[in-house]
Design a protein around this ligand. Sequence first.
Ligand code: NAP
Ligand code: FE
Length: 370
Amino acid sequence: MNLNWKFWVPTCVHVGRKVVTRKSGIFQGLGRRVFIVTGRRSSKENGSLDDLMDALQEQGLRFIIFDEVEENPSFTTVERAAQICREFGADLVVGLGGGSPMDAAKAVAILTLNPQLSAEDLYDSSNYTTALPVVAIPTTAGTGSEVTQYSVLTNHEGQKGGFSSVLAFPKHAMLDPRYTLKMSRDLTLSTSVDALSHAFEGLLANTSTPLSDTLARDAIDKIKSALPKVLESPDDIQLRFELLLASTEAGMVIAQTGTTLVHAMGYPLTTFKGLKHGMANAILMVPVFEHVAKTEPERVRKALASFKDVEELHRFFDEVGVHDVHLSVSEKEAREWVQRVTKSRHIRKTPGFFTEADLVRIYLSLETTR
Ligand code: NAP
Ligand code: FE
């Protein structure tokens, strides 16, 4: 057991139905002019944007809405949003939506107070010491971004990568499972398996800690039980609540441990093959576990938590539909992606020993595992 560790999540988490309107005083305590960062459509359809506007109006706060955040937000988008945020004179940023708007909000909060910086500069946290406060309101149950210091952006070459800064931790997270009721089957699945991979990876990582392990095991149990049921009963608020809570727990896990090779290998599958972030992680989970198990079977047994073995996890992914994804990867593509993966910090956090040839083989195996 790791005897030298800390557990730190500075985000205050508020949970419950209508929490955004019930706790509207939180916004008032943080600023007078609010910059809302959200996606193009979903927050207008699931009631979350109306709730947020009601809450801000009730507190007499001025706000503007930036509703142009795309999936896997780009450098260009966050730089443009920061410019608008600065011109508005905002003193609070609210990220409303899935991981993409929440991550964009974190970048905007830093860039707004540091006009000399480009999005690229965010990746060296010694470049900045100030940020606007962020409130995060998730409408998917997957990334846990509402309680992490990470923001994953896509650079001008189309490559995804996360930056990390304590300034990016949201001050408050507001969790209302009602917003997640409108998620499609595919989105429910891909976001749930993202949270699941955060929990597995946190248990597997060389950086795992006893307390994050406890949260990770609980998140895995919740998702294992609730996901198959929610795919049958999407309107069940109690199941939605379980998944949302599990996602936040798993976010708290990776806030301590970081993610592993699974995430690093998944990014090119999203950028270049259009796979949803969570699905990319999920299809990599089994082959990465199998490889680590060759040299460190105990680590994998621990990381599987309530799954008996890798076969049971494989069957679970089969049942919920992870392996229905269609993917083809050429050797040339795999070799290019591996060059970047081997340079990522994720690889040091992953137990076992991976050569470049191992990573190429794993990418190529994805064609046959579906
Ligand atoms: P997302 O990219 O934020 O959104 C995906 C899609 O879901 C969008 O079309 C969005 O529509 C829609 N959507 C959002 N909420 C919805 C709802 N309640 N009902 C119906 N549709 C809804 O999805 P995500 O999986 O939550 O986030 C993925 C991003 O987070 C990736 O960039 C990933 O790398 C990142 N991530 C970050 C962390 C972290 O710690 N910061 C961890 C893991 C992943 P609109 O565009 O119309 O809103
Ligand atoms: Fe993730």
